[in-house]
Design a binder for this molecule. Structure first.
Ligand SMILES: Nc1ncnc2c1ncn2[C@@H]1O[C@H](COP(=O)(O)OP(=O)(O)OP(=O)(O)O)[C@@H](O)[C@H]1O
Ligand SMILES: [Mg+2]
Length: 178
């Protein structure tokens, strides 16, 4: 198994450094992967007004870093914070596979799951359709082009993958005795 990759710029996480990077690097490049933060830390980072809405979540800009967004479970959403947990789990699972370029990269989640930081994937247009990746059939709820977005390098990825059905994929894995 590969060792967990760590973003090169900063190894010890310091939330205050997010506001004033001495090298003016995007925050996402300063964060060790797999970062857990509190809800309060996320609140300090985001523009309080969301720029986009889904059914369970709203999406916010991060004030100090245009390369990432924060997906927040909406106030009054009836269910648990599963959508963010699921995207975090799926990202953690695919990030060391050849599916890594197909899924929006996640950088941090709050301990409650209410907040999830993902790379910014801007809306695409019909001209970008040839760039959309094939998605594994366990990704459900593909509502059309809105599930895809384009990052700063022009790579088109899926950005809403909270609804998955992985039973068949799990059952197909090779089996062994411990
Ligand atoms: N990584 C991202 N970068 C930029 N915008 C995003 C990103 N992820 C989501 N968005 C925007 O936020 C909106 C809501 O996010 P998302 O679709 O993930 O929430 P949801 O609650 O699962 O929505 P839905 O009800 O459509 O399933 C999206 O339609 C999109 O406009
Ligand atoms: Mg969704």
């Amino acid at each position: 198994m590969r060792a967990p990759s760590v973003c090169p710029a900063i190894f010890a996480f310091d939330p205050d450094a997010l506001y004033c990077s001495p090298r003016n690097e995007p925050m996402s490049l300063q964060m060790p992967l797999g970062q857990l933060m509190s809800d309060a830390e996320f609140e300090r980072l985001i523009d309080p007004n969301p720029f986009a809405m889904g059914t369970s979540r709203q999406t916010h800009n991060v004030i100090a870093d245009r390369l990432v967004v924060v997906k927040k479970i909406k106030d009054g959403y009836g269910g648990p914070n599963f959508p963010n947990y699921i995207e975090w789990f799926i990202w953690s699972s695919v990030s060391e596979t050849d599916l890594a370029d197909v899924f929006g990269r996640c950088f941090a989640i709050s301990t409650t799951g209410r907040y999830l930081m993902m790379e910014r994937l801007d809306d695409i247009s019909t001209a970008d359709v040839p760039l959309t990746p094939l998605l594994p059939d366990w990704v459900k709820d593909i509502k059309g082009l809105t599930v895809f977005g384009k990052n700063q390098q022009g790579v088109v990825k899926v950005r809403d993958y909270a609804l998955v059905k992985i039973g068949d994929a799990l059952a197909q894995a090779p089996r062994r005795r411990p």
